[in-house]
Design a protein around this ligand. Sequence first.
Ligand SMILES: [Fe+2]
Ligand SMILES: [Fe+2]
Length: 247
Amino acid sequence: MKAEVNQTVASIVIQYPSAIPLFEGLKIDYCCGGNKTLKDACDKAGASVEKVVRSLESLPVSPSREQDWSERKLSELVEFLLEKHHVYTRKQLALLDKLSEKVARVHGQNHPDLLAVRKVFIQMADELEHHMLKEEQIAFPYLLALEKSVKGEGDEGLFFPFEGFQAGPRAVLMADHETVGEQLREARRLTGNFTPPDDACVTFRSFYQAFIELEEDLHHHIHLENNVLFPMAEKLAGERSTSGVTA
Ligand SMILES: [Fe+2]
Ligand SMILES: [Fe+2]
């Protein structure tokens, strides 16, 4: 992320909600005192503005979508999914958990939809955590083993035939993706497409912005798995069976 010293703290947080844990750690007031410039807010908090700008620049943003995977290996895509999307998803879920709890507690009485969104968020976070574990512990290791096998590096880790992967783990993961998609649509419906009310404070606005960022990232993450990773696996399985090997 890019931050300027003369930008207001509130504008940074609204644009990049992932700055919130950093500001909180430094006791920089981004909510009621959010109209101060980053420089003034750092001076007030006794923090070095140069250091804060460097920290902001190293914060995670949604992984780049500008990657051409057509000529890349399955193992590279798996690495990208794990190191970019799974890491980002967990960080963003942790941030959204804090923000949704806070806005529901502070503004839930005047905006009861926030309580409903918090409920949807908790269900979605739980679903995603279990889902990513299924990928990390079962599906991805199997697909990496498949790639190795096609390269002639042995069949270790290929515990079941590819048809079993398609009907089992892949089908489950695709259904999970559908569920998450529905939960995202429900969150959008409840929040009027994440439109904050006119009286919304900075935390409220950054909560919606953080949700939009997670949604955008999840759409790309799921696209990469459904439309790039699984077809890559099918292609590999096809190469493996034409080479005469069967799992
Ligand atoms: Fe994933
Ligand atoms: Fe997934």
